[in-house]
Design a protein. Structure first.
Length: 274
């Protein structure tokens, strides 16, 4: 029987895991899934033909792993932790740079060349090669981060474990997320897009084209779009109020997504910080 079939079966009969013997039997299978997440053999979600596909059984395995694990004390230098999930280890083996204060739990994938400043990466997350997770940035459970991404200081990438079928936040390759931005609720930032500081993107946030004023999507920033936080007016019975939106200033040409000086120039032109 395939491991995903075993996990699905355990999920369907998860009430049996209240029994200590059954929980012990399941733990080795679930630990194997956690190891597969560590190694990038499986992932919670991926983009196939521009559609987000969620591997529900992987999420189920994570949730079941919490169920069968006991609280354990961990000591890291002078610091003490009490948790069900141990921390990632062997950063050198995976060619990951982890600065003191960086925390990643088991069950996260960290690609070669990833740099973790003092930051937090939760279980089920996937952080691909050469990505920078900057100071005080957080990558929530099951969030999927592409290659050569820069998550600037204080960025919050939201996590979602339940329900298992819910899509996590998806960040494509070559994306820049400005300081203190929040990307949550399964929102998506496609390849090469650049977001200025303080952008709040949820699954229902309107994304507006500044040249046409048209809404191009809800919760999805298109490829190579340079976008900032903005508001648009709406009339209510109590008056006119500005509702949040994400505003696309322009689209980069193919290959321009790697030009950081160009990005800075575009944002400064509009008086926006990075």
């Amino acid at each position: 029987m395939q491991i995903e079939d075993i996990v699905t079966s355990l999920w369907q009969e998860k009430e049996k895991l209240e029994n200590v013997i059954e929980a012990d039997r399941a733990r080795s299978i679930l630990l194997r899934v956690i190891e597969m997440l560590d190694n990038g053999e499986v992932r919670v979600a991926q983009v196939i033909d521009d559609e987000v596909v969620v591997n529900e059984w992987v999420k189920q395995a994570i949730l079941l792993f919490f169920k069968v694990q006991s609280m354990t004390k961990y000591n890291v230098g002078p610091f003490e932790y009490l948790d069900k999930i141990p921390l990632r280890e062997n950063y050198a083996k995976y060619k990951v740079r982890a600065v003191p204060g960086a925390i990643a739990r088991r069950g996260t994938y960290l690609g070669a060349g990833v740099t973790l400043m003092p930051s937090y990466v939760n279980i089920g997350a996937y952080v691909d090669e050469d990505t920078m997770v900057d100071t005080w940035a957080t990558v929530g459970s099951c969030a999927q981060i592409g290659k050569r991404v820069h998550l600037s200081g204080g960025v919050g990438i939201g996590g979602v474990l339940e329900p298992p079928q819910a899509a996590p936040v998806m960040i494509g390759d070559d994306v820049f997320i400005g300081s203190r931005s929040m990307i949550v609720e399964g929102a998506r930032v496609k390849d090469g897009a650049k977001l200025g500081a303080g952008v709040i993107l949820t699954s229902s946030t309107p994304v507006i084209d500044s040249e046409t004023g048209n809404e191009v999507s809800r919760g999805i920033v298109p490829e190579r779009a340079v976008a900032i936080m903005a508001t648009r007016d709406k009339e209510f019975s109590g008056g006119k109020f500005g509702l949040p939106c994400v505003l696309i200033l322009r689209y980069l040409e193919e290959g321009q997504q790697h030009d950081k000086l160009l990005l800075n120039d575009i944002l400064r032109e509009h008086g926006v910080a990075t």
